[in-house]
Design a protein around this ligand. Structure first.
Ligand code: ATR
Length: 279
């Protein structure tokens, strides 16, 4: 029968996860199936019970259930607990255990595309302070990055991320306009909000007018692939890092948790790009 995997969320019908995980299975020569489980909020508990009883091997959790799923799990990994969100669940003979692979997936995607910005003396600016920002901030701090600033429309919300920091990480909290002025200080700028996502692709969270060409601008939005923010970064002579790679690497880490196998990315980045361009 192979691995029985899937995704719980609402809505999920346009998810790229089945495509990604079926490719991983093919690349790793592993049998299995990855299905979409679109679930209305009042059906979440019932859905979890059904899937557990049916012997599902594991599943991903996406919007809007990354926090809501946590009380229903028997165990939550320390890092996911700190971040306050779960995106990957393993069913160990009826015992559900939750993990968060978003932050590590993000780090892996950077290691692949621009490893130079992950030096511990590098300065990183995170734009946004929601769930995605929490995972990325935590992973960067754990990676050993010493200077990480967080800018957010609501400054007080960004302060809430400080409980995640490690002792060696110095963190400054900025408003979005302070971040615009200070852009030249950073080696990497990571955009973690949904601003600029299709169908509002003409929006941009901050202006990059003060960006220096040595900086990498990374956007976790991947619809469109080349967001307005990334297009401005490129016009300013900076490097850009697109969001679909984070999607792939968080999936790769989830696949490893479920199967114990590291699947190859063989051709997947390009295939995903083609799919996203076709959308
Ligand atoms: P997620 O969990 O997907 O990261 P979230 O928790 O809703 O989403 O967080 C969304 C982030 O995007 C927040 O940092 C939010 O800023 P506020 O804390 O001020 O709400 C930011 N955000 C959303 N819409 C925005 C906008 N139009 N301009 C600037 N920031 C925005």
């Amino acid at each position: 029968m192979g691995y029985q995997l899937g995704l719980i969320g609402y809505p999920v019908q346009h998810s790229l996860s089945p495509f990604i995980h079926h490719q991983f299975m093919e690349n790793a020569d592993i049998q299995g199936e990855y299905q979409l489980y679109e679930t209305e909020p009042e059906q979440l508990e019932k859905r979890l019970d059904q899937l557990t009883e049916a012997g599902i091997s594991g599943f991903n959790v996406t919007v809007p259930y990354k926090q809501a799923v946590m009380p229903f799990l028997e165990e939550v990994d320390q890092e996911a607990l700190k971040i306050g969100a779960v995106n990957t669940v393993v069913n160990d003979n009826g015992t559900l255990k939750g993990y968060n692979t978003d932050g590590i997936g993000y780090i892996r995607s950077l290691e692949e595309a621009c490893p130079d910005v992950l030096g511990e003396d590098k300065k990183i600016l995170i734009l946004g302070a929601g769930g995605a920002a929490r995972g990325i901030y935590r992973a960067l701090a754990k990676h050993g990055i010493r200077y990480i600033s967080i800018a957010n429309r609501t400054k007080s919300k960004a302060e809430g991320l400080l409980d995640l920091k490690d002792l060696h990480t110095q963190t400054e909290i900025l408003s979005n306009s302070e971040a615009e002025d200070a852009l030249g200080n950073y080696d990497l700028v990571v955009h973690t909000t949904s601003v600029g996502m299709s169908p509002k692709q003409d929006d941009q969270v901050i202006s990059l007018n003060n960006l220096k060409p040595h900086t990498v601008v990374s956007d976790i939005v991947y619809k469109p692939l080349n967001t307005k923010l990334l297009r401005q970064a490129e016009r300013m002579g900076a490097r850009s890092h697109q969001g679909h790679t984070m999607l792939l690497y968080q999936a790769q880490y989830a696949f490893e948790i479920w199967t114990g196998t590291h699947p190859s990315m063989d051709g997947l980045v390009e295939q995903l790009e083609q799919r996203l361009r076709g959308n």
